[in-house]
Design a protein around this ligand. Structure first.
Ligand SMILES: *[C@@H]1O[C@H](CO)[C@@H](O)[C@H](O)[C@H]1NC(C)=O
Ligand SMILES: *[C@@H]1O[C@H](CO)[C@@H](O)[C@H](O)[C@H]1NC(C)=O
Length: 239
């Protein structure tokens, strides 16, 4: 995973064709894309690399082009995880940025969007953001969630889910192993009243929806497929 993170930090930042802009939403600097007059809004909760990652912003633009107002908040105040900083390993960084804080912060963004009159709100979370999205699904006024290779999500979190949920896992993921994703599915099967979609993508690793080499055709294809699934879930659950 660290290797992948480094790769992203040092190589993937060079491409940036983003069409949105950075404004404040609910007290957080956010990348926004799409019409503010759209009927539905989508919040993307980033992984530990934060809201500037071009591949994440590209997902925002994609979802926006399907008719949503998309918000990618900066919940880290630009203090993203730096794999180079050996004095601040991931667990130390997490002490400054617990997912509980992410949930609290996301609720402020949700309230702000509610005030603006969006008729429904969806949340997609990536890794760290996957945990935030999972908790929001039972504690906030939102209508759908997508968890992409989530981290720290417990079976209890899944048991508590109250809105349509899609979970995208990766076959080679060791952070969120496919066995765990299968257990999520089992829990969801006990909740027939909650629409769910659980898929394990073949041949890909943790983070594949956002951390990929733009020159690797296979990786790009897998990532694009996952983006379509995210969009499909919001189309089915929010509209
Ligand atoms: C991390 O280390 C690499 C290799 O030493 C260096 O090229 C890069 O600029 C550093 N990146 C950050 C974010 O500090
Ligand atoms: C989602 O809906 C938009 C607008 O109706 C449509 O253009 C897009 O193809 C749909 N995407 C998927 C993956 O269902």
């Amino acid at each position: 995973m660290i290797k992948l993170l480094c790769f992203l930090l040092f190589n993937a930042y060079v491409v940036n064709n983003a069409v949105g802009s950075v404004i404040e939403v609910g007290g957080f600097k956010s990348y926004v894309s799409g019409s503010p007059h759209a009927e539905h809004a989508v919040i993307l909760v980033s992984d530990i690399l934060g809201y500037k990652v071009p591949n994440l912003r590209a997902i925002a633009d994609k979802v926006a082009s399907a008719g949503y107002y998309v918000v990618v908040p900066d919940f880290f105040n630009e203090d993203i995880y730096n794999p180079n900083n050996t004095r601040r390993p991931l667990n130390k960084w997490m002490e400054s940025h617990p997912t509980e804080q992410g949930v609290k912060d996301a609720k402020a963004v949700i309230r702000a969007l509610r005030k603006r009159g969006f008729s429904s709100i969806g949340v997609a979370g990536f890794c760290w953001g996957g945990k935030v999205a999972a908790i929001l699904s039972s504690t906030a006024n939102i209508q759908a969630v997508v968890l992409c290779h989530p981290t720290f999500v417990t079976l209890t979190d899944i048991k508590d889910v109250e809105v349509p949920i899609a979970i995208l896992g990766a076959e080679l993921d060791t952070v969120c192993p496919k066995e765990l994703v299968k257990q999520y599915k089992k829990v969801l099967l006990t909740k027939p009243q909650i629409k769910n979609y659980v898929k394990i993508f073949r041949g890909v690793d943790h983070g594949w929806t956002t951390v990929y080499d733009l020159n690797d055709k296979k990786a790009v294809k897998a990532a694009e497929k996952s983006h379509m699934e995210i969009l499909d879930w919001f189309n089915k659950s929010l509209k």
